[in-house]
Design a protein around this ligand. Structure first.
Ligand code: NAP
Length: 184
């Protein structure tokens, strides 16, 4: 699959490495922008407050499927008029959108392949994104677990604070698995 990552840092660069290893072709864009016109899927992985700036620096996004991995911290809010960054993204591109990969620690990407069972990757979004979110989760070493449609994106963005609180309460950075009992 041809994938463009907007943001090539911990999350964007880390997932790009895993996806290339799985056989995908990945174009990595930073704050200089670029073109996403040839891609089948776009990952958005820039600071949560830089989403509007990042999207405006990239051409070829109209109608594209976007997986939004951004988080907002410290009281930062999504763009005015939107309850989540992901819903703002969808309003800009007009394409199917998912919130995905924002509740996983990038620092652990290198260890995912060695886990006894696949960790989960929470996501929510449009039905049309389900297949690609599932495939790209698997190709990064995760099982996708759906939280709902895109109206759940604000809830999912809010989980980032919960993840940090758990990590800072003794566990350190962690993976998680949500599964039916017979799958454990
Ligand atoms: N790190 C994690 O474990 C983690 C986990 C879940 C979610 N997230 C979320 O994922 C997003 C990225 O986090 P990260 O840790 O990967 O950050 P990072 O390592 O600092 O990388 C940020 C990337 O965003 C680009 N960028 C910054 N400002 C931009 C702008 N105005 N326009 C376009 N691109 C811009 C940077 O471009 P340059 O390459 O040109 O500098 C860089 O490639 C954040 O929203 C974060 O909350 C992070």
């Amino acid at each position: 699959m041809d994938i463009t990552v907007i943001g090539r840092g911990n999350i964007g660069g880390g997932l790009a490495d895993l996806w290339e290893r799985a056989g995908h072709r990945v174009t990595r864009l930073g704050r200089g922008g670029g073109d996403a016109g040839a891609s089948e899927a776009v990952l958005l992985a820039v600071p949560g407050t830089a989403v509007a700036a990042a999207l405006s620096s990239v051409t070829g996004l109209a109608g594209k499927m976007v997986l939004d991995a951004t988080n907002l911290y410290g009281g930062a809010r999504p763009p005015a008029g939107f309850s989540s960054n992901a819903e703002y993204v969808e309003s800009v591109t007009g394409g199917s959108t998912a919130k995905a990969f924002n509740t996983n620690f990038a620092s652990l990407f290198g260890q995912i392949a060695d886990t006894r069972v696949r960790p989960s990757n929470l996501w929510c979004g449009d039905d049309e994104t389900q297949g690609i979110v599932g495939q790209l989760s698997l190709d990064a070493g995760y099982d996708a677990v759906r939280l709902g449609d895109l109206s759940m994106a604000a809830t999912q963005e809010g989980l980032a604070g919960t993840m940090f609180a758990i990590a800072q309460s003794g566990l350190g950075q962690f993976v998680y698995r949500m599964a039916a009992p017979e799958q454990l």
